[in-house]
Design a protein around this ligand. Structure first.
Ligand code: ADP
Length: 382
């Protein structure tokens, strides 16, 4: 049974063990935290004994700022130096993560927190802090990122699987047209006069246009399903929307849905992974389309508008029945669905994509009936 601490003669303040500086040092060593101090006047660095254990580098290698910088990974030196300089100039705390190269060449991630105290003349008089290893944390983060990327990819493949028949239909149209133009050429060239040759050339050029159309559909599809590292570039929002909608609208237009796109000012740009934002839009457009299946009025409106706080808000509105009360509170959790064959991952994946881009994702009711999903992305200068 657990014994609770209580006031007793043996536990009173006069017999209580004072927590000394040695105790503190020992505790920090035990939990793997290395302490350091830098003497601002001389630039001398003092590291605690467990430095080798925590950083993999003996304390004697880290005698001053330059010696310390030499073991920091070259790509992280500027960030670390800037954090330290900032604290020394302004006083106060800093926190920075960087990699150190151990004696054997192994790389280790560490986090360093420090605090500089300034004297009356605004010069630093004291600068000290702690360093601890965050390798495990970084590994877990990388694992999580890989799992998220896998989920995003699987969800994309599953969407494409569901869209397969609409895609086949979309591809069949240009292929059918090419075949008709070829048959027409055959007829024109059977009795080649001037008029027939001109007509055959027109048919050939129309066939070439259809082949390009089929090629564009296939290219978009290939980009969409390929697995890749996140690839963020500066994208023009109007271009991003029209590109995303080209794929997302496949099979929607034919079902009597009125589509409207209002892309906002043509100059707005965001830093985004085009394929991932396409995925968010495809999820929202397909959900809206499915929601309006039994509605008398079927209108799908996509708008983009800049906001006051340097973001662009993209909204997908439909005239369906709105969000069912049974899922309203858990809508963005994975595996929440009201569809017999739904997976319930579209919205949760979309929200994590948007958040990873630094934006927000939410849903509103439309007063006359229907749902409107919004997401924001930070804008950048082109
Ligand atoms: P799935 O489409 O596989 O169900 P989602 O995560 O995309 O997965 O959607 C979860 C649920 O959210 C849907 O099952 C549906 O109940 C609801 N939902 C999503 N979009 C809409 C919408 N536009 N109108 C009404 N309900 C919606």
């Amino acid at each position: 049974m657990q014994t609770l601490e209580r006031d007793s003669p043996g536990n009173g303040p006069d017999t209580q063990h004072e927590f000394s500086a040695d105790d503190l040092r020992e505790t920090l060593d035990e939990v793997g935290i290395c302490t350091w101090s830098l003497e601002p006047a001389t630039g001398r660095v003092t590291m605690s004994e467990n430095c080798r254990h925590v950083l993999g580098v003996p304390a004697r290698c880290l005698l001053d700022h330059d010696a310390f910088q030499a073991v920091v990974h070259p790509e992280d030196r500027t960030t670390r130096a800037a954090a330290i300089r900032g604290a020394l100039e302004r006083g106060g705390r800093y926190g920075v993560e960087y990699r150190v190269r151990q004696a054997g060449g192994r790389i280790r991630w560490v986090r360093s927190h420090g605090r500089a105290e300034l004297g009356r003349d605004a010069r630093p008089v004291r600068f000290r802090g702690v360093v601890y290893c965050i390798d495990e944390h970084r590994r877990a983060e990388a694992r999580l990122q890989r799992m998220q990327a896998d989920l995003i990819h699987v969800s994309r493949l599953s969407t494409m699987g569901e869209m397969a028949s609409a895609l086949a239909h979309e591809l069949n149209q240009p292929l059918g047209a090419i075949s008709n133009y070829a048959a027409a050429c055959d007829v024109f060239l059977a009795e080649p006069g001037e008029t027939q040759i001109a007509a055959a050339r027109a048919a050939l050029s129309a066939a070439a246009g259809q082949a390009l159309r089929a090629g564009a559909i296939i290219r978009r599809l290939r980009d969409f399903v390929k697995r890749g590292e996140t690839d963020r570039r500066i994208e023009n929002v109007a271009g991003l929307l029209s590109d995303a909608c080209a794929l997302a609208f496949i099979g929607v237009r034919e079902q009597g849905v009125d589509l409207r796109i209002e892309p906002g000012p043509p100059s707005i740009c965001v830093l985004a992974d085009r394929v991932q934002i396409q995925q968010v839009l495809i999820n929202l457009i397909r959900n809206a389309h499915e929601a309006m299946h039994d509605s008398g009025r079927r209108e799908l409106t996509i708008t983009a508008a800049p906001t006051q706080d340097g973001m662009v808000r993209i909204s997908v509105a439909d005239t369906g029945p709105g969000i069912a009360a049974s899922v309203a509170k858990t809508l963005f959790l994975p595996f929440v669905t009201t569809k017999p064959n739904g997976m319930g991952v579209g919205l949760s994946v979309s929200r994590s994509i948007v958040r990873a881009h630094g934006g927000d994702f939410w849903v509103d009711r439309v007063p006359g009936g229907g749902a409107v999903f919004h997401f924001t992305l930070p804008t950048v200068e082109d």
